[in-house]
Write a new protein. Structure first.
Length: 329
């Protein structure tokens, strides 16, 4: 299953080799990440530390949330063409505001069969969406990362960002969903298909087989948490961009439970369209040259979407202009 597999299979997803990158070991750091460049481990209590990096200046602060099992370096490193690196999302956003990214426990990057584990302390698995959102909120407070926040979430991280916005609505002023996983995907499938999907959602590929701290999530409980929270506290009016893949993902032919690649793509597309109706004035942009990892294949789209949302927070009148008569970021 290649919908939300993690970086271990990016080379297969994109059809390109991924270069090895050096493992950095951040020193334990006392906050603050309120200003200046910051890279290190932040104590969030209970003997746990999370890896955080921040750069740039200005408000609102953009917070980047990676997809399932993927580290923060997917926002920073050009894994497709390292010989002539493009401006990736994290450094691109620093041009116009402050930006922070972090590693969830159990995430990883795998390059040329070298496993780079999460730089955050491990925790007991499986986790839930609510647990991950609580971690992020605690991290931002412990590191003194200034709000308000524009939340940018890829894949499973997109669902986490929506849960964050419903849990801490006073902190959030904008959002970008990057081919985001939706808790409503279950409604697009039969019960048998959803059971099969939940089972194959988080396999352990060979490259991650020796990683004992690998991220797992209780998908049913997490989706239920997001449904309950967003029903109770829907998104308030704010600038929202939904970025959706324009190219279908390659799927195995032998999916269980009556699943097919075409059926999963239809379900995914239907939910992308639904996410684009969460607010009356939402920009829905199709990334025509991208599969699931838009931030790697077309990082300029994610940067532009984040800048439009930040600009709209600073000048609400710019959002009306941006959402009228423009084909995309």
């Amino acid at each position: 299953m290649r919908l939300i597999y993690g970086v271990a299979l990016i080379a297969l997803l994109l059809g390109v080799p991924i270069p090895a990158v050096a493992q950095s070991t951040p020193a334990a750091s006392s906050p603050t990440a309120a200003r200046g460049g910051f890279t290190g481990l932040v104590d969030i209590g209970d003997g746990r530390r999370l890896y955080l990096e921040c750069a740039g200046q200005g408000s609102p602060t953009v917070v980047l949330e990676s997809g399932f099992r993927t580290r923060a370096d997917l926002w920073s490193d050009d894994l497709i063409q390292p010989e002539a690196p493009r401006t990736m999302v994290f450094p691109g956003v620093t041009a116009f505001t402050r930006v922070c990214a972090y590693d969830r426990p159990g995430t990883a990057t795998v390059t040329e069969d070298v496993l780079l584990p999460s730089r955050s302390d491990p925790v007991e698995m499986p986790r839930t969406a609510a647990g991950s959102v609580h971690d992020l909120h605690t991290l931002l407070e412990a590191a003194d990362v200034p709000g308000p926040y524009v939340l940018v979430g890829h894949s499973y991280g997109g669902m986490l960002m929506r849960l964050y916005a419903s849990t801490y609505p006073d902190e959030v002023v904008g959002m970008v969903l990057v081919d985001a996983f939706s808790e409503g995907l279950e409604e697009q499938m039969t019960a048998e298909q959803w059971t099969a999907y939940a089972t194959i959602f988080q396999p352990v590929p060979e490259a991650l087989a020796g990683y004992s701290d690998l991220e797992f999530t209780d998908l049913d409980l997490s989706a239920s948490q997001v449904r309950d929270a967003t029903d109770a506290v829907p998104l308030p009016p704010l600038p929202l961009v939904v970025l959706s893949r324009g190219r279908p993902m390659a799927m195995p032919a032998d999916l269980p439970g009556g699943l097919t690649g075409e059926g999963l793509e239809r379900a995914w597309t239907a939910e992308q369209d639904r996410l684009a109706t969460l607010l009356p004035v939402t920009r829905h942009v199709i990334a025509g040259e991208s599969e699931h990892y838009i931030q790697l294949q077309q990082p300029e789209l994610v940067i532009a979407a984040a800048q439009q949302v930040v600009d709209a927070v600073r000048d609400p009148g710019s959002w009306e202009t941006a959402t009228t008569g423009t084909p995309g970021p």
